[in-house]
Design a protein around this ligand. Structure first.
Ligand code: B12
Ligand code: SF4
Length: 439
């Protein structure tokens, strides 16, 4: 069969005023431009797990949800789904099926709502795809009727034996960054989190040898590649993390990843990260003060406990030449309209190199969604296209939805304008000069 792997690219947002603001705010545009084009690692793994004897092609759907015409020549198309683009994905799936092409849907959104997805697909996969995919290919080959396949009915994915993702299928498309994984899942339990934790698999580390093998494969194809680790929380296990960084250093790569704040307490690891080419870590601080964080991390209330030392932790990390992208969520329970000024003041005082602000978003399947639904606070049920992190679709407790929107516009202006970005970065460099810890 001719099998197509279709990734949905680009970032999404529907709030017109924020979009218009975004176009004029340099700091906002900068990060969007960087992340707008990242390949779909999930699909590259599936391609690597496809049984022999098929022709494989990788495609990208444009940001407006339009599919490339060549995809209609495939026999089977695998589409990877996030919630924000699900209606676009369903539209493409409907058009493909109308043209006689078999469609398989997998990924975060359909893993939570498989029967919604089955109305638009021949095969829907719930959970991690690697061990299920060969069965889907086989089902498509013999024209089996529509069905939901669940990863839990197959052997669990053995993280120590993942194949090299088929980076070669990306051809010479101009990506800003290439993704690889060092870990899957996250052991913590934040109420709002819609990451890999949604796939039902526990937190796992990959053998360092295999991470190096995958990165070498990327370097062979793209010697100057910048790497974004598509992990949820890379440095949970500090011993393994040190080993990873020691082995990364000789590759002379530059990379970005997501971590929790605990990394700031391990000076040896920070030094190794800097030596290994870590350029930036993204950390979910979520709220500048502890109050709204109470109970958000449901395993050990970590985020509330960490809040008092946010600024110190940022300095400790940045002193190693690793910049911090400090992420805040606006509209959490317990936050009032004062939060916008608090975030602005925190950013000006602590000088993280980058700041990311997003709105609290009830993704389907999360404990947050279930709670807000119970409390009758979802504004438009099933309006999945609004799950962009930039559109309001629930009633906050400490402000009105409109105040939340207005606060987001104001704060975006305060943080991402030319002058604010310049001031924050000046603060970063001044402090770095004074406190720099050599790698
Ligand atoms: C890389 C990334 C992107 C890239 C995606 C590139 C691409 N073309 O796929 C870009 C930058 C484009 C992106 C965009 C967005 N993203 Co993003 N992104 C990520 C990130 C960091 C890593 C995803 C990843 O590569 N995972 C690793 C792979 C191996 O796992 P996987 O994709 O889940 O695939 C496995 C299974 O799901 C399954 N599978 C997946 N697809 C398929 C298909 C079939 C047919 C089968 C059988 C199986 C299968 O098998 C795979 C292997 O086991 C995650 C955060 C995280 N750490 O997970 C956020 C994340 C996925 N993004 C998120 C969001 C909100 C967005 C945006 C809406 C942001 C915005 N406002 O624009 C947009 C979505 C718009 C869009 N284009 O879809 C949320 C999604 C939540 C949700 N439930 O939908 C996440 C979880 C971040 C978060 N915590 O909020 N993102
Ligand atoms: S620490 Fe991050 S990845 Fe882990 S559960 Fe919380 S939000 Fe999700």
């Amino acid at each position: 069969m001719k099998i197509g792997f279709l990734a949905m690219s680009g970032v999404r947002a529907h709030d017109k005023k924020l979009l218009a603001l975004g176009l004029t705010l340099p700091g906002f545009v900068e990060r969007s431009r960087i992340i707008a084009s990242l390949p779909s690692l999930g699909l590259l793994y599936l391609a690597a797990c496809t049984p022999d004897g098929h022709e494989l092609y990788y495609f990208e759907a444009e940001s407006d949800g339009a599919e490339p015409s060549e995809i209609f020549t495939c026999d089977l198309v695998a589409i990877s789904t996030f919630t924000a683009q699900i209606f676009e994905a369903y539209g493409i799936a409907d058009r493909l099926r109308a043209a006689g092409v078999k469609v398989a849907l997998g990924g975060l959104h359909v893993s939570v709502l498989p029967y919604e997805a089955l109305q638009h697909a021949d095969y829907v996969v719930v959970g991690e795809g690697e061990n299920v995919w060969p069965a889907v290919v086989e089902a498509a080959g013999r024209g089996a009727p529509p069905a939901v396949f669940r990863a839990k009915d197959f052997a669990p994915v053995d993280i120590t034996r993942l194949p090299v993702p088929r980076y070669d299928l990306l051809g010479d498309r101009p990506y800003n960054r290439y993704t690889a994984q060092t870990t899957r899942g996250c052991p913590w339990l934040c109420e709002f989190c819609a990451s890999t934790v949604m796939l039902g698999a526990p937190y796992r580390r990959r053998p360092v040898d295999q991470v190096i093998r995958d990165l070498t494969a990327i370097q062979r194809l793209h010697p100057q590649a910048f790497i974004e680790f598509a992990d949820d929380n890379t440095f949970v296990d500090k011993r393994w993390s040190r080993e990873l960084c020691r082995r990364l250093a000789p590759l002379k790569l530059k990379w970005f990843t997501e971590t929790d704040l605990s990394v700031a307490d391990d000076v040896e690891l920070l030094k190794l990260m800097a030596q290994a080419g870590c350029r930036q870590v993204l950390i979910g601080l979520e709220s500048p003060s502890a109050g709204p964080l109470e109970g958000v991390e449901q395993r050990a209330n970590r985020k509330a406990r960490w809040a008092a030392r946010y600024a110190d932790a940022i300095h400790a990390i940045q002193a190693h030449g690793i910049t911090v992208n400090a992420c805040f969520i606006l509209g959490m329970d317990g936050q009032t309209t004062a939060v916008f000024r608090e975030v602005r003041d925190f950013a000006e005082a602590a000088c993280p190199f980058d700041v990311q602000i997003t709105l609290l978003t009830p993704f389907p399947g999360t404990p947050l969604y279930a709670r807000l639904e119970r409390e009758g606070r979802i504004l438009q049920p099933r309006a999945w296209h609004l799950c962009t992190l930039f559109d309001v679709n629930y009633r906050p407790t400490g402000m009105t939805p409109q105040e939340l929107r207005e606060g987001m516009y104001w704060l975006a202006g305060q943080l991402y304008g030319d002058e604010a970005t310049r001031r924050r970065r000046k603060g970063f460099f001044a402090r770095f000069k004074q406190e720099r810890i050599p790698a």
